[in-house]
Design a binder for this molecule. Structure first.
Ligand SMILES: C[S@@+](CC[C@H](N)C(=O)[O-])C[C@H]1O[C@@H](n2cnc3c(N)ncnc32)[C@H](O)[C@@H]1O
Length: 304
C-alpha cells in the first residue's frame, strides 16, 4: 500500500469512526483529556464576568462539540440565574455525539442549547452570527480553510478559541504493546501518524497555531501551552476510549487482516495498561500536551 493510500484510508476510517453508534459513550471518557483545555478556552473568553457584570448575551458555536465538554465548561462558569443569557449551538459531523449532547443538555437544564450536523469541510452556517466559537481538539482534522470559515461566522468583536495537541500520551503505550508481540504489525512512527492525521499541517507547533490564527485576521492572539497528566480510567476503560486513536493506527495496516491485528494489539495493550495501573481495577494515566490558541475579531470586545 502506498503512503498516500494509507493516509487516505486512515482519513476515511477516522471519518467513518465518528459515525459509529457507540462513539459517544466511548468518547465521553476522553473528555478527561480535553476538559482542562476547554476550561482554558472558556477562561480566556472572559464569559463569566461579562455576563454577570454587564448582562451580555452569548451566542456560541461549540464546533466539533463531541459529547459537549466545552458547552459543559461554559455552563459551569455562568451562574444559573444567567443561563437565559446563553445560546449555544453544538455542531458536529456525528449524529451520535449530537444525540448524546442533547441528552446531556436536557438532563442539566441547558435550555439555550441546540444541536446541528455541521461538517467542518463544508460549513453551511450564516456568517457574522456568533459571539464565540470554540473548537476544542478538532481543527487539525480539517482542511486549513476551515479556520477562515469559522472567522467569517463570527460577529465583529467575537472570540475564537481552539485547542490542538503538541503531543498525545497514548502512543508510547501502543508502542510497548506492539513491541511485546511475537509477530508485531508495522507501527508507524509517532510523527507519521501525526502527519497523516493533520494532513501534514504543523498544528503541533505553537508557532504554526499562532500564525494560522493571525493570518485568519484574528487580533490579540494568545497561546497557552500546557501539559496535563490525565486520568483515563481502568485498563478496560482506557482501552475502550482508544477506539479513535487505534482507528488512526490501524489505517496503516492491510485491510484484509486489519480487524484481526487490531484485536491482537488491543489485547496486548490491555496487558500493558494493567501493568501500568497495577491491576485491573487500578487507574491509568496519560500525559497530554495541548496548545490553546485564542483571538478576537476586530472591534475587540465591542459587543463584549
Ligand atoms: C477529538 S473530538 C473533540 C470533541 C470535543 N470538542 C472535545 O473537546 O472533547 C473531535 C470531534 O470532532 C468531530 N468531527 C470530526 N470531523 C469533523 C468534521 N469534518 N466536521 C465537524 N465535526 C467533526 C468528531 O465527531 C468529534 O466529535
Amino acid at each position: 500500500m502506498s503512503t498516500t493510500q494509507q493516509a487516505n484510508d486512515m482519513q476515511k476510517n477516522v471519518r467513518e469512526g465518528w459515525q459509529d453508534p457507540s462513539i459517544a459513550e466511548r468518547y465521553a471518557r476522553a473528555e478527561a483529556a480535553t476538559r482542562p483545555y476547554a476550561n482554558i478556552i472558556i477562561d480566556k473568553a472572559s464569559l463569566a464576568s461579562n455576563i454577570t457584570d454587564h448582562n451580555c448575551t452569548v451566542n456560541a458555536l461549540d464546533f466539533g462539540c463531541g459529547t459537549g465538554v466545552v458547552t459543559a465548561a461554559l455552563y459551569d462558569i455562568v451562574p444559573k440565574e444567567k443561563w437565559s443569557n446563553v445560546k449555544v449551538l453544538g455542531g458536529d459531523i456525528s449524529p451520535h455525539m449530537l444525540d448524546y449532547l442533547r441528552g446531556r443538555g436536557e438532563k442539566n437544564g441547558w435550555t439555550g442549547l441546540t444541536t446541528q450536523i455541521v461538517d467542518g469541510a463544508d460549513i453551511q452556517l450564516n456568517n457574522n452570527q456568533f459571539t464565540h466559537i470554540f473548537a476544542n481538539a478538532i481543527i487539525f482534522f480539517l482542511p486549513l480553510g476551515a479556520l477562515e470559515k469559522l472567522f467569517d461566522l463570527l460577529q465583529p468583536g467575537g472570540f475564537i478559541g481552539l485547542t490542538t495537541w503538541a503531543s498525545f500520551g497514548w502512543y508510547s503505550y501502543v508502542e510497548r504493546a506492539v513491541n511485546n508481540m511475537s509477530n508485531p504489525p508495522f507501527l508507524p512512527t509517532f510523527s507519521e501518524i501525526r502527519d497523516s492525521l493533520q494532513k501534514g499541517n504543523a498544528w503541533h507547533e505553537p508557532a504554526f497555531v499562532k500564525q494560522q490564527l493571525e493570518e485568519t485576521g484574528l487580533q490579540d492572539v494568545e497561546l497557552v501551552v500546557e501539559k496535563r497528566n490525565v486520568e483515563c480510567g481502568t485498563p478496560a476503560q482506557f482501552c475502550e476510549s482508544m477506539m479513535m486513536p487505534m482507528t488512526i493506527v490501524s489505517g496503516h495496516w492491510k485491510e484484509s487482516n486489519r480487524q484481526e491485528t487490531l484485536k491482537e494489539v488491543m489485547s496486548e495493550l490491555k496487558k500493558v495498561m494493567i501493568e501500568e495501573a497495577g491491576g485491573e481495577e487500578g487507574m491509568c494515566y496519560m500525559q497530554m500536551e495541548g496548545i490553546v490558541g485564542v483571538g478576537w475579531k476586530s472591534m475587540k470586545k465591542a459587543k463584549w
